[in-house]
Design a protein around this ligand. Structure first.
Ligand code: PMV
Length: 354
């Protein structure tokens, strides 16, 4: 009969890099020029929920994002769908009397519905959570038997940073050496319980969409910046080792020093691009100033900051008490309705969760 529908729902949080990925050595497979390390957020705050369904009555693959239909014709969606379909295996639901063989998956069509629990336009890394969730839920629906590392290599082909969202806690994306990308995968460095005193505070500086996409920004940087060569070869490899050590030992001063320095070098590399790319604005710079001043006034750093391809500040407080102080200070320096465009805050309850 054509009446049945089989569905799977999954939820995936976004992740924030503390050692940044910027620059590809292969654009279609999305292979990076350096390793990166990120922290996966609490799904209660910034996450994607995706339901994938299959039915013999569907006559084409279709997708809805936040209730609005979007095109699936882009190369990145197509690549993820193709890779998952190629690994599909038999599925049987005796109660519903459904049997799908490996061969059937080639002709069955999918409906995909995805929601972000945060504004998609706010430039808060929505593609990372989105592609990770898409790949994970499709793999469950189609009974794909690969492990998370292999799924991360598929999510990577949707959006590079997405490969890191398949794990909670602290995650490393290993750049890999192979030309086919088979060893460019994510691994978990520590789970979400390892360092759960940390609290992540996000200051939404502007909810406008970024002007330069990460794809074209990275391309321009790799083509024109000298600094990026130095960064990828000499700076990041050392920082990766030091950051792994800092995470392992829960050494906040080292963690904060490395995360802030790496964010600043990423933005320096953007400025070293021709034409230069500016992701941060005046408010972002003022936030850096406040945090730096505070950290220098204390015996050791209390807060780390990091900025992605946009002006929003991600701050990591060493504990709950510091996070509460940070919010007070932000409100003092950036009162609502002042002439800055800092308009809201998101605070992580439990900073790191699956
Ligand atoms: O995965 P993309 O194409 O959205 O690129 C992400 C780039 C940064 O967010 C700036 C850094 C990172 O490692 O996530």
């Amino acid at each position: 009969s054509k009446k049945w529908v089989l569905l799977v729902t999954a939820q995936t949080p976004t992740n924030i890099a503390v050692i940044k990925y910027w620059g590809k050595r292969d654009e279609s497979l999305i292979l990076p020029i350096n390793d990166s390390i990120s922290v996966t957020l609490d799904p209660a705050h910034l996450c994607t929920t995706t339901t994938v369904s299959v039915s013999p009555s569907f006559d084409q693959d279709r997708m809805w994002l936040n209730g609005k239909e979007i095109s699936l014709s882009g190369g990145r969606f197509q690549r993820c769908l193709k890779e998952i379909r190629a690994r599909a295996s038999d599925v049987e639901d005796e109660k519903k009397g459904i049997k799908i063989t490996k061969k059937d998956w080639e002709n069955l069509h999918l409906h995909i519905s995805s929601y972000n629990n945060f504004p998609t336009a706010a430039g808060l890394a929505s593609s990372a959570a989105g592609f990770a969730c898409l790949v994970f839920s499709l793999a469950k629906l189609m009974n794909v038997k690969e492990d998370l590392g292999q799924l991360s290599a598929i999510a990577r082909q949707g959006s590079g940073s997405a490969c890191r969202s398949l794990y909670g806690g602290f995650v490393k994306w290993i750049m890999g050496k192979n030309d086919d990308g088979s060893d460019s995968i994510a691994v978990q460095l520590a789970d979400e319980k390892h360092w759960d005193e940390l609290v992540i505070v996000i200051a939404v500086v502007s909810s406008r969409q970024k002007e330069t996409s990460s794809t074209s920004g990275m391309r321009e940087t790799v083509e024109t910046s000298m600094l990026i060569k130095h960064r990828a070869k000499e700076v990041v490899p050392k920082r990766i080792v030091e950051m792994e050590e800092a995470i392992k030992k829960r050494d906040f001063p080292s963690f904060a020093r490395l995360a802030c320095a790496d964010s600043n070098q990423f933005h320096a590399v953007c400025m070293d691009t021709s034409p230069p790319i500016f992701y941060m604005n005046d408010t972002s710079h003022r936030i850096i100033g406040c945090v730096e001043k505070w950290n220098r006034a204390e015996e050791s750093p209390q807060v780390a900051y990091t900025f992605d391809a946009g002006p929003n500040a991600v701050m990591i407080a060493r504990n709950r008490k510091v996070a509460a102080l940070l919010l007070q200070r932000l409100l003092f320096h950036f009162p609502p309705n002042a002439d800055t465009d800092l308009n809201s805050y998101v605070i992580g309850d439990k900073s790191i969760l699956q």
